[in-house]
Design a protein around this ligand. Structure first.
Ligand code: FMN
Length: 336
């Protein structure tokens, strides 16, 4: 059975990608993920704040008496266990590229088009097959218009594209008033792929301590709905590859994303929940799903249920909303 897939112009043996997360930050896991069968790995992110911080430290050592970096140091948790310092990150990319034959995608995480972008070149020189650019931006400044926010995404992408020649995927969240148009603009600005979607970790409030708390819950399959909708709408309508990210736990979500039109399907939570061996189960499940329908390649199902290909595309839109409400009412589940 042929599961080969093109993503960002790269040839992958299959569409299952180990998404950015803590597992892919360890060389041993990267090797195990390759052995388990993934088509590619995305390393955890290195953050703009870390890169800037390191640059300030270098400036401090080379510019005696200047103490201007103190503030920069305070806005990133320096003792973070998760995030890797930029030097170690380059080292990880180099070692990973040497250790495995599958594509290694490095992840840059930032929101400005400033000096930190030069670091992308180091990642490319370290041998990364591609860069995933995670733009995790919360526009809390009420003066910022939607247009300005969109421009920021485009500026960051353009700056990275001008710095490297390897393919660049952009990982975005779903909170735009016109996701389709944003996707189109990123496509036109040279994004080789879009990763849909970033999962935002909104803070909660601890009522006992009256403090904001941050935590992280692994995703659940019901969360595929939003990326599924937008992958379905975008499929076949932009040049950039489409990567689905969020909610994969089993073969079911993988097949649904393929039917909607995803080129690759990323999973982070399922591997943390079930272990690296889960990769084998998903891939075996995908092969049996196709075999049970006498299908030899993924081309026969990819995008088959996209907005462009289904008989009634309004099912992706308002009609679905009205139908859902109607079904609920007819089902007699009203409060009375
Ligand atoms: C523990 C953890 C760490 C993560 N770290 C990163 C990261 O460094 N960079 C990034 O772009 N996404 C990161 N993510 C987000 C995942 O790559 C992914 O987009 C998100 O979890 C949704 O996919 P999932 O449902 O397969 O988990 C992280 C997710 C988890 C659960």
């Amino acid at each position: 059975m042929d599961l080969t897939t093109r993503y960002l112009g790269l040839e992958l043996r299959n569409p299952l990608v180990a998404g950015a997360g803590p597992l892919t930050g360890e060389l041993d896991n990267i090797r195990r993920l390759e052995d388990a069968g993934v088509g590619a790995v995305v390393l955890p992110s290195v953050f703009e704040e870390q890169i800037e911080q390191e640059q300030h430290l270098i400036d401090e050592f080379t510019t005696a008496g200047v103490d201007s970096y103190a503030e920069a140091l305070s806005y990133f948790p320096a003792q973070t266990v998760y995030a890797m310092d930029p030097e170690r990150y380059v080292d990880l990319v180099q070692r990973a590229v040497k250790a495995v034959d599958i594509p290694v995608v490095a992840s840059l995480n930032g929101v400005t088009d400033q000096g930190w972008i030069n670091y992308a070149r180091r990642i490319e020189e370290a041998g990364a097959s591609a860069i995933e650019l995670n733009i995790y931006f919360i526009p809390s400044d009420l003066a910022l218009s939607g247009r300005e926010v969109e421009q920021r995404y485009l500026d960051v992408l353009k700056a990275v594209k001008e710095t490297v020649t390897c393919p660049v995927a952009v990982k975005i969240g779903p909170y735009f008033s016109a996701i389709g148009h944003m996707a189109l603009q990123l496509d036109e600005a040279g994004a080789d792929g879009l990763v849909l979607f970033n999962r935002f970790y909104e803070p909660d409030i601890d009522l006992a301590r009256l403090a904001l708390v941050s935590d992280l819950e692994l995703s659940r399959p019901y969360e595929i709905r939003l990326p599924l909708l937008w992958i379905g709408i975008l499929s076949g309508r932009i040049k950039a590859s489409l990567a689905a990210s969020t909610g994969v736990d089993s073969i079911n979500e993988v097949v649904k994303y393929l039917l909607a039109g995803a080129d690759v399907i990323m999973t982070t939570s399922s591997l943390l929940r079930h272990g690296i061996g889960h990769v084998g189960q998903i891939l075996a499940g995908l092969e049996s799903w196709l075999a049970a329908r006498d299908l030899e390649t993924l081309q026969t199902i990819r995008g088959r249920m996209s907005h462009r290909n289904i008989a009634d595309p309004t099912a992706f839109e308002r009609a679905n909303y009205i139908k859902v409400l109607q079904d609920y009412a007819i089902g007699g589940r009203r409060a009375d």
